[in-house]
Design a protein around this ligand. Structure first.
Ligand SMILES: C[S@@+](CC[C@H](N)C(=O)[O-])C[C@H]1O[C@@H](n2cnc3c(N)ncnc32)[C@H](O)[C@@H]1O
Length: 288
């Protein structure tokens, strides 16, 4: 009998990327080689097989692009503090730990309780029960003192736009001059959720529609890079099987919306927002 779970609506969605990574790890041309995900899926008492469709592979491509942003940053700032906001059962720390960084994995209490049955804190790795919407964890992650890299993967999508904007402004004010990676989904993606096979299996729905990540700049962030599955970082594309590398480009050429509506974005926090003062926007370098 596996580990019984009791998770809130949005929290349950963490099982989708976990299963996606486990499936990927079972393939000879695996992208992430996340064999820990296979162990976790085997250890959790849940009907993972009900999850089907392109979102499983999509969560692997997404994770690899997030990894790419962080890898580049760590090459320049090996002693950074990384904060994964809404980490779920991600194993990114195991993939990217360089022996020098400090890492915080933050998620809601029920998710972290589940996480603690499989992972343990160590001198440079700490789990925090908290919310991306709150600021009561800010002091704790500032403590190591390194430059801060914030990332939030498939989390903010579940909140209304006003909540996301206020959260960005709060993060920007709390961590000025930091990097922030997050994903955005446009109308074409949000409008088709009910037809997505994985969303037929969970009750949570994404709420935040964002067609243009540069439009977030009044909320204390400056867009540095924006990518889609058709435009991953070259070093990341190199790790993808040809079917994804070519497939995404062909899809974009033939019928762009499914590929171009979902974006993976790298921001710099400016420390001021429309609520707290003018931004110092230089305009984004958009790779799309
Ligand atoms: C789709 S899962 C993504 C998990 C992980 N980032 C990944 O990609 O594997 C959404 C995650 O958001 C977390 N979450 C929901 N509301 C949150 C909040 N207010 N603060 C932090 N995390 C939250 C859930 O617990 C869940 O782990």
């Amino acid at each position: 009998m596996g580990e019984a779970i009791s998770l809130g609506e949005v929290q349950e969605t963490l099982l989708i990327p976990l299963y996606g990574r486990a499936q990927d790890a079972g393939r000879p041309d695996s992208i992430l080689r996340d064999t820990r995900a296979i162990e976790l899926v085997a250890a959790i008492d849940y009907d993972f097989a009900k999850f089907r469709g392109p979102s499983l592979a999509g969560s692997v491509l997404r994770a690899s692009i997030f990894d790419g942003y962080l890898r580049s940053y760590l090459a320049q700032h090996p002693e950074a503090t990384v904060v994964d906001l809404g980490c779920g059962l991600s194993t990114r720390f195991d993939r990217l730990d360089n022996g020098r960084l400090h890492w915080f994995d933050l998620d809601l209490p029920d998710t972290i309780a589940l996480r603690r049955t499989f992972f343990a804190d160590s001198d440079r790795y700490t789990m925090i029960e908290g919310s991306i919407l709150d600021d009561d964890w800010f002091e704790q992650v500032r403590e190591p003192g390194g430059p801060v890299f914030l990332l939030s993967e498939a989390v903010l999508l579940y909140f209304p736009a006003e909540t996301v904007h206020a959260t960005l402004a709060q993060l920007a004010k709390g961590f000025p001059g930091s990097r922030l990676v997050l994903d955005t989904g446009g109308k074409a993606m949000m409008g088709t959720q009910d037809r997505n096979p994985v969303f037929k299996q969970v009750s949570a729905r994404m709420k935040w529609v964002c067609d243009d990540p540069a439009a977030l700049e009044p909320h204390g962030v400056r867009l540095l890079e924006s990518r889609t599955f058709a435009t991953p970082q070259p070093a990341v594309a190199y790790t993808w099987p040809l079917r994804y590398r070519l497939g995404m480009k062909i899809m974009r050429a033939v019928f762009p919306p499914p590929v171009t509506t979902y974006k993976l974005n790298l921001f710099e926090t400016t420390g001021s927002s429309a609520e707290t003062g003018p931004t110092n926007s230089l305009g984004p370098a958009n790779s799309e």
